[in-house]
Design a protein around this ligand. Sequence first.
Ligand SMILES: [Zn+2]
Length: 379
Amino acid sequence: MSLRFERLRGGAAGPRLGRLHTARGVVETPAFMPVATRGMMRGPWPDRMRSMGAQMLLANAFHLFARPGAETVEALGGLHRYMAWDGPVLTDSGGFQGFSIGGARLEEDAIVIPHPVGGHSVRWTPALAFETQAALRPDIAMVLDECPPDPRDRVAVAAAVARTLRWAREQRDLHEARGGLAQSGQALFAIVQGGVHEDLRAACAEALISMQFDGYAIGGVSVGEEHGAMMLGVEYSAGQLPPDQVRYLMGVGTPRELVEAVARGIDLFDCVHPARAGRFGAAMTAGGMLNLKNAAFKADPRPIEPGCGCDACATGVPRGALRAGLKDDELLPMSLLAHHNLHFIQSLMKEMRDAIAADAFEGFRSRIASVWTPRPPRA
Ligand SMILES: [Zn+2]
């Protein structure tokens, strides 16, 4: 058994403390996975990921399939070598790209996605998503699912659940034919859809659990809905999942969302938000988000966050210089701010684990809520 979740504190509901044991090391949960979409972090160097507190990284199977191709990754020694990272890696299946890439369309047995470079249509089927991940050899692969664009649209969400379940069964059979986790050494996680509808979330979770996956994720959340609706989707899903398996909430990563999802029993997260916000000049600090492009920072000699122990702040590059560089699209500010923000999130997760261990989670939750207001819904 090369993947096992050990629950240390908490149960079916509420904040949980745990350890995800993988063949490449232990992940202390709740944990946040930085996103290296094409197998590369955008900014931070691979050898700085451990010191920032990262335990597991995420890469995207569809993007790696599109370029350079799984066979090229294999020829270079596999995904971990490609990423220069010896810790555990999870690959996402590309279901979210069917929602996020403009021009993608859905068919009964595939998502047809425009190639990110060539623009030609790629028929991304459940089997192709599975085989690509089998070739990439991450520690955890995700099933291809359908992520509906509007979590409130009941008809569309119900159709997405039906398709997600049919595709999940197909991929579970491929996984079993390959010997499952025990033989292949690769875990396969299923994704619960169902939007903001409790009965659809429950039916989806129940059907997936009966198929016996190695772990479960919650998808179709954080697609533009407001904070309250997002947390309903999380709550409805988490409540249905087995207490002794890891629960992964996909695509959520603001401080407020992370803490509120942990309060609802989530163990694992990923999101592009912290690094992307950094590349746009926003710094996450104990006092909230700072927009370093603001004129107020023009002559500010301080580092990104005084007192921060991260490698980016340790360089001493002043806020005023970062601001000037951002205005000229220099790479260094984007790299330093992405690193600092990811370090900030990793520190937040560590504080959260410590707070759960010390029975002090509610106080921590209130403190975060007082600084970080929910992200506004997208129009
Ligand atoms: Zn820092």
